[in-house]
Ligand binder design. Structure first.
Ligand code: HEM
Length: 129
């Protein structure tokens, strides 16, 4: 059954599925493997997943312990392109719709699109290049 509220348990499940899919995608997986390795159960991934749980809870509910800055790590991941972000967004749309009712999945997606656009702007990549 699709979730009609956002809580830690559902966000956690959705994100694990999302990152599992990203690790299976040959366009985006290299960025994650370089930074965090391939083992979703490994220590670096555990930290990343826990940060992301808190990040998305904060984004969606205003609660959650995320107090960081989402962009800076992305400046050090190697060259990224509009296609890299399009691929990330495509998988995020699928994962959110797998776990949440459409209204909530859309809210996740709109927020991720705004962030992705900001990241691309900060990295100076986009349409005009
Ligand atoms: C091409 C797309 C993307 C790639 C390849 C990517 C990759 C990564 C990687 C490898 C890290 C971990 C860096 C480290 O700990 O050394 C990270 C952190 C993070 N990413 Fe992304 N990311 C992408 C897009 C996004 C988008 C669109 C969002 C938000 C909607 C996002 C949110 C975050 C957040 C919140 C963190 C943790 C920042 C912190 O440490 O506080 N990422 N990303």
């Amino acid at each position: 059954m699709l979730a009609d509220t956002v809580d830690r348990a559902t966000v956690t499940k959705m994100l694990r599925q999302f990152y599992k899919t990203l690790l299976e995608d040959e366009l985006v997986s290299p960025y994650f493997i370089r930074a965090l390795g391939q083992d979703l159960e490994g220590g670096k991934w555990r930290d990343h997943l826990s940060t992301l749980d808190n990040f998305w809870l904060k984004m969606m509910t205003g609660k959650g312990a995320y107090g960081g800055h989402p962009f800076p790590p992305h400046a050090f991941l190697g060259e990224m392109y509009p296609e890299t972000f399009a691929c990330w967004l495509k998988h995020f749309k699928v994962a959110t719709n797998q776990f949440f009712i459409p209204e909530i999945a859309d809210k996740f997606y709109k927020k991720s699109e705004i962030l992705a656009a900001q990241f691309m702007d900060n990295l100076d990549i986009g349409e005009e290049d």
